[in-house]
Design a protein around this ligand. Structure first.
Ligand SMILES: Cc1ncc(COP(=O)(O)O)c(C=O)c1O
Length: 405
């Protein structure tokens, strides 16, 4: 199944005069939905065939291409839940901000799953926590893998959901490369999102929403609700290309070896090399960048390097060479203390919030997961990490929202 249907259609276009959008009028691959290019919201031609190919590869009953990122897929999944009568959804405390935003926008109540933090990084929820959370909710949503490369306990989650007769959703924004492996979300979930632009070679914002038969119609409605009505054909073509991209066993092996050699975080996913630099994280980032090597993010303690099947061996070797010259710093565990929630909320300067209870999750961008979750007591360490970060979410003009005293 290596035929690239969308790219073929785009290549075969005749030159024409554009009296259609987009306004640049230069046609090329950036066209709109025309008589020959199908329609993403009601596909009957090339887009339908490409999505059906993708569904066969991903093991889904339906796969829907998205040109608006996994964010759109998360909204669509949660819309599908709401549409089918769910009101409460069990989600990891350190889920991506799109999960919390979608819950807020859709009026779904998030039931938070506790996650242990080890050496400053949230770990996947344990089965006991999932069981407890699921008992108080209508559905379970997990992130797998997470941004730090840990797989969620999907077999346990599937068994719990099946026993409770509740759906399992997976935010696989970082897991598209896993299709065909036993760790892939699609082997377990009723509804799942693949962020193909993150771990496979697709253009930024390329993603796929997939569902099993029981959730197919609700997924379609969700996608229809949140997807743009002007999908980008270059992105669509790249999504098809990425889903059909061959695995790269060599780079996978090299990544595993590099992680071991560098003392990287012992995570599960070969596409994410997470190096602990502690207090030297910013200096290390500057060093890498001065040598033309850019990490995915610096969370204040760790640098994360994102690989894909398109990563070249010589690029990885350069990363290893540079990393070997740098000292590892001490990473702080930064335990979490919960405080009293409720009452009025106020915005205060970050450093003045130390010791108070956070009322609105905030964190570093990326990874866009809470560094300080709502209900957590703000510590000096975390406030300082946020203050040092280049980009953040959940803060307003340097102020954090806390409960009033
Ligand atoms: C776990 C997770 N879910 C969802 C998203 C949203 O993905 P996108 O940026 O493709 O909208 C991200 C983005 O970083 C993420 O890390």
């Amino acid at each position: 199944m290596t035929q690239l249907r969308i790219a073929q259609m785009l290549r075969a276009q005749k030159r024409h005069i554009s009296f259609h959008t987009p306004g640049h009028k230069r046609a090329g691959w950036d066209i709109t939905e025309l008589s020959y290019s199908d329609d993403l919201s009601d596909p009957t031609g090339v887009l339908l065939a490409a999505q059906q190919d993708a569904a066969a590869i991903l093991g889904a009953d339906v796969s829907l291409f998205l040109t608006d990122g996994s964010t759109c897929g998360v909204y669509a999944m949660l819309f599908a839940l709401k549409k089918r009568g769910c009101g409460r959804v069990c989600v990891p405390t350190y889920a991506h901000k799109s999960v919390f935003h979608a819950c807020e926008a859709l009026g779904l109540v998030p039931v938070l799953l506790a996650q242990e933090t080890v050496c400053g990084i949230p770990r996947q929820p344990r089965a006991e926590e999932m069981e407890k959370g699921l008992a108080a909710a209508d559905a379970l949503l997990l992130t797998s893998p997470d941004y730090y490369g840990f797989f969620a306990p999907l077999p346990e989650a599937k068994a719990l959901c099946a026993a409770a007769g509740k759906p399992l959703l997976v935010d696989g924004a970082h897991g598209a490369h896993l299709h065909g492996t036993p760790f892939y979300a699609g082997a377990f979930a009723d509804l799942w999102v693949d962020g193909v632009h993150k771990s496979l070679p697709a253009l930024t914002q390329g993603a796929v929403l997939s569902a099993n038969a029981a959730w197919a119609q609700a997924a379609r409605e969700g996608a229809d609700f949140f997807r743009t009505s002007s999908p980008s054909y270059p992105i669509l073509a790249s999504v098809e290309y990425a889903v059909k991209y061959p695995e790269n066993a060599r780079i996978e092996r090299l990544s595993v070896a590099a992680k071991r050699a560098l003392g990287a975080l012992a995570n599960d996913d070969w596409t994410k090399i997470v190096l602990p630099f502690g207090e030297y994280a910013s200096a290390a980032q500057a060093y890498f960048e001065a040598h033309g090597v850019y990490p995915e993010f610096n969370d204040g303690q760790y640098l994360m390097f994102y690989l894909s099947p398109a990563t070249r061996a010589r690029e990885l070797k350069k990363l290893v060479r540079l990393a070997r010259r740098l000292p590892h710093g001490e990473v702080l565990t930064q335990g979490v203390t919960s405080g009293m929630v409720g009452g009025n909320t106020v915005e205060v300067p970050l450093m003045q919030a130390v010791g108070r209870v956070c009322a609105r999750a905030c964190g570093i961008v990326p990874p866009c997961i809470p560094l300080i979750a709502a209900g957590e007591v703000v510590t000096r360490q975390k406030a300082e990490r946020l203050a040092r970060a280049r980009h953040t979410f959940g803060l307003h003009g340097g102020n954090i929202t806390v409960y009033g005293e």
